[in-house]
Design a protein. Structure first.
Length: 477
């Protein structure tokens, strides 16, 4: 396989600061991806050697070792590069350049240096919701109680993206509302073409024209929300939505876009999420990755009956692990996989953490924690910057309390450690950012249920020997 000799002199291309020429790496890795369809194992070996050359600090040594072990076992997730190789050239190269080089490697050094100078944390990414307009009316929508017509001005979003890059953040998740209802948003994606954008969408607006536009941009990975197959999806999202989603997957696949899925595990779709037919459907539709977000009783008509029981949550986690070991589909459970990220990510935590800017400009510690002390529009009107919002007393108290317990499978301060959220709000006095969220911190049926739920989950994990040994949880005084 003489073609791969292009990488023999890789280390010779480092500059004085130890960085590789970005274009050389991007073109080289893209070249390897195309070869992966013919020589997958040899390509993986070359990619891992390249990873070792790029990992000058040794930070990713354990991950590289794990991939080598997976290669020996022919792990299905290692087939994903073969599918990426079939995507459009723009999408492949922007994934390499914007995500792996800018966000993961180059961005990390920049984030550390920026944090030292400005005395800020080092979040890896954040979520921004440009609009709360939506063409659907889903049951239990976490954002359903935000003002429906609230939108961030394009100039504010533009400045947020600019500030993010100054901080070393090159991976941004866009949510809503329905993001593709925001006029001018794709123009900002084009302007900031060195950022990798992950866009959570209901998929109903992704026709062939939009799919082609996303393929031309290359730096946008749509994540389409569905609840299982047709029955569950239409139950929550409306009749006929599943067929529109299926068509959107086909459009993105034909255009060569990299895309994923998201699902909210709840009582109405639990049984379907345990069936392999759902995951086979996703693989057949060309989906490469996806996220599970446990239902949380906030937003539109919060209902504790929609929550999984602790027993169901643990069983679903076991199924998720099984799926990851069986299909070329990377599935991550935002709560149950807390062990992989050392617990809660909220409050702009350094080393992988994040925060959320809602459509009114409120800077929240998490998409599901609807309290804030700062507003990005107010900050900009005062001549400030994005990073000025990250050291509020609310955010600092969150970071001081993390992790909330020794069991990282219980990372969340909303549903897994509800007393911590109550104490945080009482201590720092952030304002509610949506109507009804106070029920989480007041003496209410919802707060009482969450106390029982978290205690039961803790006991269940203790019995099963799952997670870390329990120690006394950190209290927020």
């Amino acid at each position: 396989m003489k073609d791969l000799n292009i990488f023999r002199g890789l280390k010779k291309h480092k500059d004085d600061k130890g960085n590789l020429e970005q274009r050389f790496v991007t073109e080289g890795v893209d070249f390897l991806l195309k070869l992966s369809t013919r020589f997958p194992n040899k390509v993986w070996n070359k990619l891992l050697k390249l990873g070792e050359a790029l990992d000058t600090t040794g930070e990713f040594r354990s991950a590289i070792t794990a991939m080598r072990e997976g290669l020996k076992m022919n792990h299905p997730l290692l087939k994903i590069p073969i599918f990426v190789a079939k995507k459009s050239p723009n999408c492949r190269k922007k994934l390499i350049k914007n995500f792996f080089l800018n966000a993961v490697l180059k961005g990390r050094k920049k984030r550390i240096e920026f944090a030292k100078v400005h005395n800020t944390p080092e979040p890896f990414f954040f979520v921004i919701s440009p609009t709360m307009k939506c063409n659907l009316h889903c049951i239990g929508c976490y954002a359903g109680n935000y003002p429906h017509l609230a939108e961030l001005p394009l100039e504010v979003i533009d400045k947020v993206f600019t500030d993010a890059k100054e901080m070393g953040i090159y991976f941004i998740t866009v949510s809503g509302g329905e993001p593709f209802m925001k006029k001018g948003l794709t123009d900002l994606f084009a302007k900031h073409d060195d950022i990798m954008f992950q866009v959570y969408t209901n998929g109903t607006l992704i026709d062939m024209d939009l799919a082609k536009k996303l393929a031309d941009l290359g730096n946008v990975a749509p994540v389409i929300a569905l609840e299982g197959l047709e029955e569950e999806t239409d139950y929550r999202r409306g009749k006929g939505v599943f067929k529109k989603i299926s068509k959107a997957f086909d459009n993105l696949n034909k255009a060569g876009v990299i895309y994923g899925f998201s699902t909210v595990p709840a009582s109405y779709n639990y049984s379907t999420l345990l069936k392999e037919d759902f995951y086979k459907f996703l693989v057949d539709k060309g989906v490469l990755f996806g996220w599970l977000f446990q239902y949380i009783p906030i937003g539109r008509e919060p209902d504790i009956k929609l929550m999984l029981t602790p027993e169901q949550r643990v069983t679903l986690y076991e199924k998720t692990q099984e799926i990851r070991n069986k299909y070329p589909l990377f599935v991550s459970d935002f709560w149950n996989d807390g062990d992989f990220v050392n617990g809660c990510l909220a409050g702009a935590r350094s080393g992988g953490g994040y925060f959320h800017i809602n459509s009114k400009g409120d800077v929240e510690p998490c998409v599901f924690v609807h309290f804030a002390q700062d507003n990005i529009i107010d900050i900009y009107n005062r001549g400030g910057h994005l990073w000025d919002a990250l050291n509020s007393s609310f955010f600092k108290a969150i970071r001081a309390g993390q992790p909330w317990g020794e069991k990282h499978q219980m990372p969340c301060m909303v549903i897994d450690h509800p007393h911590c959220l109550r104490n945080l709000v009482r201590k720092t006095h952030p304002k509610p950012t949506e109507e009804g969220v106070e029920l989480l911190i007041q003496d209410s049926p919802i707060s009482k249920h969450l106390d029982r739920y978290s205690a039961k989950l803790d006991s269940l994990l203790e019995e099963k020997g799952t997670g870390r040994l329990k120690k006394e949880e950190k209290e927020v005084a």
